[in-house]
Design a protein around this ligand. Structure first.
Ligand code: ADP
Length: 246
């Protein structure tokens, strides 16, 4: 489903991704961990080209890209990729002037050109799925952070993407609201959704991941099953990072 080869990304003279290789199969859950500043978010944002890599290649489903410095990727190819990847951000990013239902309807009408009633039906099903059928007509400011994030997950699924991307989806939440969001994510994983998740929730990572990568300074320094990476890390840097968490 996702194949990344020798991916490089710099911001000015700061090289943030220093040659990333990664494969993720359909239905698998990838969790990306590592210290702050190691490149996790940048890597995730390269998956749907919210950040443009400088070198390397990316394949996501049928969407395939090669990056060569300044050579431009056609906008229509970027849009096709974005349709195929739902993204959930740390800070929810819901449209504040739209109800929960309207937030989930929006892209179906503007991007997929569905008619309104069909889009509403799909939105109702998705809100039900994240446990918010009764909040369909609420505006974001009337919802808790956990509820807003669940709406954001429903919205990310509205275009039936092949992959869902999560960038620290619980780190802006009060501790008592984290569980309800993780529960929805677990349910999606159990249903076979392909997902890539940046998170600091190690227990959750161990629980949900098929594959974990641990990044440090723009490199993947450990990868494998949760057991391999979290319980039997090979590098001293990984041991140091994981010990620091405990
Ligand atoms: P992580 O998610 O692991 O904390 P990031 O991918 O957010 O790491 O950031 C990696 C490095 O890139 C950091 O040094 C950060 O300051 C820098 N960085 C991230 N985004 C930008 C940007 N848009 N412009 C310049 N530097 C950036």
């Amino acid at each position: 489903m996702i194949e990344i080869r020798d991916l490089h990304k710099s911001y000015g003279s700061l090289e943030v991704l220093k040659g990333i290789d990664l494969t993720l199969s359909k239905g698998e859950v990838l969790v990306i961990i590592g210290p702050s500043g190691s490149g996790k978010t940048t890597l995730l944002r390269c998956f749907n080209l919210l950040e443009m890599p400088d070198r390397g290649s990316l394949k996501l489903g049928e969407n395939a890209f090669e990056f060569h410095g300044r050579a431009k990727i056609p906008q229509k190819d970027i849009l096709a990729l974005r349709k195929n990847t739902g993204m959930v951000f740390q800070s929810f990013n819901l449209f504040p002037h739209m109800t929960a239902l309207e937030n989930v309807v929006e892209a179906q009408v503007t991007v997929q050109k569905k008619n309104k009633s069909e889009a509403r039906k799909r939105a109702e099903i998705l809100l039900e799925k994240v446990g918010l059928a009764d909040k369909a007509d609420s505006y974001p400011h009337k919802l808790s952070g956990g509820q807003q994030q669940r709406v954001a997950i429903a919205r990310a699924m509205a275009l039936d993407p092949e992959v869902l991307l999560f960038d620290e989806p619980t780190s802006a939440l009060d501790p008592e609201l984290v569980g309800e969001v993780l529960k929805v994510m677990k349910q999606l994983a159990a249903e076979g959704m392909t997902m890539a998740i940046v998170t600091h929730e190690m227990k959750f990572a161990a629980d949900i991941a098929d594959h974990i990568i641990l990044m440090d300074d723009g490199h993947i320094i450990e990868q494998g099953s949760p057991k391999e990476v979290l319980n039997h890390p090979k590098t001293s840097r990984a041991v140091q990072f994981l010990n620091h968490l405990n």
